[in-house]
Structure formats: C-alpha cells, structure tokens
Design a protein around this ligand. Structure first.
Ligand code: SF4
Ligand code: SF4
Length: 461
C-alpha cells in the first residue's frame, strides 16, 4: 500500500450483540384460553389474598419481626421450620414430576415471570395496538402521538409494578396498616424501600427484560432437558407433514409436492421468545403453546388437518406408544405422596404448646426447713395455639414432689412467657443426688387440650 492510498476505515468489532425487542403477535385458541384462566386465577390470588382476614388478623401474613407465619388457621414458628423445609422439598419435587410428565408446563402456564410478562404485554397492546402498530410506532420519529402512547404505557406499567411491590410487601406486614402508612406519608424508609424495590424488580423483569430472563437468567431452562426423556410432552413441529414448506404461488411450482406448512411465519410472530419452532426443540421455548394455536387457525383456513405444531412425545413421533407410567414418574410420584402424607400427619400431630426448661443458675438446690429440697426452674412457654391459654404443670419421676408456680397467669395466643416454678421434695424421697424428672404442661382451655413434656434434672444433697 503506497502512502497516497487511503487506509480502509476501521470496522469496530462488537463483542456484545444487543437483543432486538420482540413484539409478540396476539393469538387466540384453546391453549391461550387455558393460559388466560391460569393468569386470572394466579394474579387474582396474588393480589387478593393479603386482603383476606381470618378472625382478627390477616389470613396470610409472614410476620418476620414476630417470627410467626400465619397461614389461615395455622401459625408456624421458627421451631416449625421443618414444615417450611418439607414444603420447599415438595415444591422442588413437583417441578421435577411435572417436567418429566408434561415438559415445561410450569414455564408456559404458571411461572410468575410468564404471568407478569403477559400482563405487561397486554397493557402494551391496550395502549399501542397490535404487533404491526407497535413496530410502526417504534420506528416512528418522536411526535405527539408517540409521546402520548409511550407516557400512558409507562404510567400503566409503573402503577401496576408499584401495586405489585406494595402487595408483595403486604404479605410481610399487615396490608391495611401499610396502605394507610404509605397514604399518610408516615411509612418508614424501609417500608418505602421494599415497596419500591419489589415494584422495580417487577417492572425490570416483566416489562423490560421479559423473555431475556427466561433465555439468560433462569437456571431451570438450562437443566430441564436433564429431566426430559422420550415420553415427555414437548411442543413439536411435524416436519414430515410440513416440509417442504412453500408459500403462495411457489406451492404449485416444481415437481415436489408442497408440505402443509404454508410458511406464513405466524408461529414465529406469536412466539414470546422469538424462536422458530420449525427448527426443532430449543431451550428458549417456554411451552406457551401460542404457536400451536396460531398454526391450528392457519390450518383451518387452508383446509388442512390441525396439529402441524402440537404437544407430543418423541416416542409418539417415532410411531411408538407413549409410556406415562415410567420409572422416574413413579419414583417422583411415590416420593411426593410420602412427603405429602408425612407433611399432613406431622401438621395434624403438631402440638399447640411448646416449652423449654431452664434451671436456676444460682443454686443447684436449696434446703428448706428440716428436710425439704427445692429446685427452681424457669419454663419458657410458647402458646402456639389460636386461643389464650392457661397450663397445668405436673412433675413425673419424683414421688411426693409438689410444684409451686410463682407467676401463674393466662398466656395469650402467640405469646412466649417465662413461668417460674419450684419443685419441692422431702429429702427422704430422693433416690439419688441427681435424678431425671419430667415436667408436663397440659392446656386447660379448648376442646382437645394439648400436652407436652420435657425432661430435666433434679438435684439434692
Ligand atoms: S404457523 Fe404453521 S403454517 Fe405458518 S409457518 Fe408456522 S408452521 Fe408453517
Ligand atoms: S416455540 Fe411456541 S411454545 Fe415455544 S415459546 Fe415459542 S410460541 Fe411458545
């Protein structure tokens, strides 16, 4: 190259490819109806539940400062962490079970990311119109119409996101109180922070990032294929029937008979993750079944049988029978059944009273009068029931022992109280210098009084 020759302009290499916004086309059909039912049910539950009362309090309230989880008539304490663990294990196992059985049905119909994204897309359509109108608007220079539509859309999105954040926080603090605190401006910094934080997270995930959360952030999308087998339901394009795809006049050109796919591209346009299911099963597919619905409507229009795209299994496509009862399904179902039975039994047997025994640290024992030996204890009693309660305290394992309660009183529902007691035994009745005794608490009120016992030591000379 001579010095007079111009140097070619440097072409920057982009290491990051920005995602193009996807404008999913609206579609109707059997699966979309099911998805709408699921969407209304789940959102209705989410926004309505915190406003439901159960007796004097909110029906579902995770009261973290008081370390109590209220779920209708049930109150779980930190000591009941076991139940939460069981619930989480069952939720994980259910995900495995349903994935092995029906593929990504969770992603397409019940995942909060999908449900809230659908709600945001619905608002976008309401303001900006159909897919083609949205694309046209995005390419349009900024003018009064574009500004008006974008402002209305953002107002709707932000309000919905803030309401979502407020509702979410309402599961952790009584929602009526929270509403009046926010309204009167008396809410604390942290109350505002959490409402705004959850609102912002909703806006970011469902309004802004949408399908990118499923494609790049969700771990489930990555490992779900490990739970798939030949008999798992997946959404598939019937290549044998559809190919060679041809559109318009090309369908009658050439000697090759055109397949059923008229290459209209609608299955791609309705896809919320922007993939072409005709290229085979891809991890980006969230199994929303929009491509099934739209393709079925196309097939109806061109007088071809439906289900060119359908829910099917690999076995079925190979002409074999799909096995529903297979080892992994049976194992997941049995484990789930056992866990569920264990959960219900443990819940039914759960005592509404719990207590710990703390010995007096100042003296092992005290001799009163000539031969009375006294040991003092503090009982940390937790009333886990729903009514105020008084308790009868008995001692076992010490003949001739008597109990004196220093501060006997009614303990409110949900209260933890320290009860001071002293156990007195004649010296002659003691078998040993130290012996095990059992303290038993029995509820005095209620139809089926609960009882609980704890072992401790009694010391003598
Ligand atoms: S919607 Fe059906 S007919 Fe249209 S391109 Fe997709 S598979 Fe082919
Ligand atoms: S390929 Fe079909 S089922 Fe999968 S995400 Fe796209 S539209 Fe939904």
């Amino acid at each position: 190259m001579t010095e007079n020759q111009a140097k070619p302009a440097a072409v920057p290499i982009k290491l990051y490819k920005s995602e193009e916004k996807i404008y999913p086309r609206e579609t109707k059909g059997y699966f979309q109806n099911l998805r709408h039912i699921a969407l209304f049910a789940l959102l209705g539950l989410y926004y309505g539940l915190p406003w439901l009362n159960w007796g004097e309090r909110q029906a579902v309230l995770f009261d973290l400062p008081a370390r109590k989880f209220h779920i209708f008539g049930l109150t779980l304490w930190p000591q009941d962490f076991f139940f939460l663990t069981l619930l989480l294990i069952m939720a994980g196992l259910s995900l495995f079970f349903f994935t092995a059985l029906a593929g990504r049905v969770w992603c397409g119909f019940a995942c909060p990311q999908t449900v809230w994204t659908d709600a945001f897309i619905w608002m976008e359509r309401l303001v900006e119109g159909s897919r083609s109108k949205q694309i046209k608007l995005s390419k349009m220079p900024w003018n009064a119409e574009k500004i008006r539509k974008r402002v209305i859309k953002q107002l709707l999105w932000v309000s919905f996101a803030l309401w979502t954040g407020f509702t979410f926080f309402g599961y952790f603090t009584p929602i009526g109180e929270l509403a009046s605190l926010l309204w009167s401006g008396d809410a604390s910094f942290w109350q505002w922070f959490w409402v705004l934080f959850y609102g912002f997270a909703t806006y970011g995930n469902a309004g802004f990032m949408r399908e990118q959360v499923c494609k790049y952030m969700c771990p489930y999308a990555r490992f779900q294929s490990a739970m798939f087998d030949k008999d798992t339901l997946v959404i598939t394009y019937d290549e044998q029937r559809g190919e060679p795809r041809k559109r318009g006049a090309k369908r009658s050109e050439g000697s090759e008979t055109a397949g059923d796919c008229i290459d209209c591209g609608l299955c791609v346009q309705v896809c919320p993750t922007g993939i072409d299911i005709r290229n085979g099963l891809q991890y980006e597919c969230i199994a929303c079944a929009a491509c099934i619905d739209v393709c079925n409507s196309v097939m109806t229009q061109v007088n071809r049988p439906s289900n060119l795209i359908q829910y099917t299994t690999e076995s079925s496509r190979e002409g074999k029978k799909t096995k529903i009862l297979r080892p992994r399904i049976v194992i997941y179902a049995v484990l789930l059944g056992l866990l569920f039975a264990g959960f219900v039994t443990a819940l039914a047997m759960r005592s509404s009273v719990q207590f710990d025994v703390l010995r007096d640290r100042n003296a092992l024992y005290q001799v009163v009068g000539n031969d009375q030996i006294v040991n003092r204890y503090t009982l940390k009693v937790m009333n886990k029931g729903n009514i105020d309660q008084r308790y009868r305290i008995d001692v076992e394992g010490l003949p001739e022992a008597s109990i004196e309660v220093a501060n006997e009183r009614v303990i409110s529902a949900g209260e933890i109280a320290n009860v001071a007691i002293q156990v007195t035994v004649p010296n002659a009745a003691l078998r040993d210098r130290s012996q095990t005794i059992t303290l038993r608490l029995t509820e005095e009120f209620g139809e089926s009084p609960a009882t609980m016992s704890e072992k401790t030591r009694f010391f003598g000379p």
